[in-house]
Write a protein that binds this ligand. Structure first.
Ligand code: HEM
Length: 149
């Protein structure tokens, strides 16, 4: 198994990066949709229905599968021999940030379901602020895996 993972390493890493890009694109775009849904569409009517449909499609067709693929290929890299140096700090900063990113993902899924039920408890400004969360986490994750402090 270890030999197979070592052999597949460049492919696993490529698939990991492709999944990460797709996941991040959705994590950045969904809160933007929530901003416009809140400020321009309200919670009923045809524009609300269009936003609800777009949010549902983005969350279920792109965001969730991309998150699962990121975790699957990321964990395959963790089990690849010689890739993670557990005596360094970066695996722990990265792990903390990917867990936080997954928490943010679940928070967005809950908001998407809320809009689907015609409810919303946040303002456009709050969604704009939440939009910065994945940006900060992404910066720490990329510095962790590339600089490897
Ligand atoms: C979800 C759980 C994740 C796990 C378990 C995981 C794990 C890993 C591991 C073990 C590596 C290999 C490091 C190396 O080859 O030196 C890696 C590479 C990488 N990861 Fe992740 N990762 C995850 C999520 C993410 C996320 C969310 C991002 C970006 C926001 C990300 C960005 C990257 C990048 C850019 C690389 C390539 C680094 C390089 O080769 O220099 N990963 N990941």
């Amino acid at each position: 198994m270890s030999d197979l993972l070592a052999l597949a390493y460049p492919w696993t890493k490529s698939l990991h990066i492709i999944s990460v890009i797709s996941w991040m694109a959705a994590l950045f775009y969904l809160p933007r949709l929530f901003v416009h849904h809140t400020e321009k569409a309200g919670l009923s009517g045809s524009t609300h229905d269009i936003f609800t449909q777009m949010e549902f499609k983005l969350a279920t067709v792109i965001m969730r599968p991309a998150m699962i693929a990121t975790w699957v290929f990321g964990l395959a890299l963790v089990f690849t021999p010689g890739i993670v140096d557990w005596s360094a700090i970066w695996p722990y900063t990265k792990a903390a940030c990917v867990i936080a990113m997954t928490g943010f993902h679940e928070w967005l899924m809950a908001r998407m379901r809320e809009f689907g039920e015609g409810q919303n408890q946040f303002t456009g400004r709050q969604y704009r602020l939440m939009n910065e969360v994945p940006t900060v986490l992404m910066i720490v994750i990329v510095l962790s895996v590339v600089v490897k402090f």
